[in-house]
Ligand binder design. Sequence first.
Ligand SMILES: [Zn+2]
Length: 248
Amino acid sequence: MLSKFGQRGIQIRILMLLASVQVFSLMALANCPGSLPANYPRFRWQQVDWNYSGAEADTGVTNAMNDWNNATGQQYYVIGHTPGFTNEVVISDNADLTDVNGNPALGLTTHTPIGPPWICYLHVDTIFGFCYGSSMMMQPTIQINPTLITQTVNDYMAYGMTRDPVVEKTIAHEMGHVFHLENDDTAINCSVPSIMNTQGGPYQCPTLQNSFNGPQNCDVQQFLTDMQNWATFDWYMGTGCNQNVNCQ
Ligand SMILES: [Zn+2]
């Protein structure tokens, strides 16, 4: 089946795929992604909007966001695309994208802490009148690599791969990083699939001809576990807010 480029060819190519920023390194459950520390920056609002300025069709990005919305039931975040709204997730192209080791990378996520008002953690915001329950806020940026997208499409063309699904897999993986998930660098195990797998799972599970594009069960379980301690804000009348100190 793999005679065109051989098993080793796939392994090497896959190692370049889906690489991203690894700020922290934690032990991961076998074949499921681990997660970043609970005090990692998070979104201010439940409504999260994205903007993509690159040359790919929006289809792959839209599908990736819908994959996350559908997988989580929008229980913690609703990811949308509303022109005119503040864009929390800023997505662009970078044909020279490399990972931390200098190797070409399909996607890269960077979390940028923003503030104020994140300094208002547990203090009342005098402008909006509510109390932030988060110590840090963020604006993530995602870059995707059109050169490697082309390369990946070509590599998997024999299996029906097209451009939009590669964009979708890449964005869905990077959104996993936005939501704290780490890479799963273990060997492919299609019985425990993860969008965070860096060894080719999203391209080879369950089969090369029928691969998955978005978060899988173990990704969602890790997301739900992390989100329990990842609240955005509480209203002023909420308990736990230090009402003796105001911020503006
Ligand atoms: Zn990654």
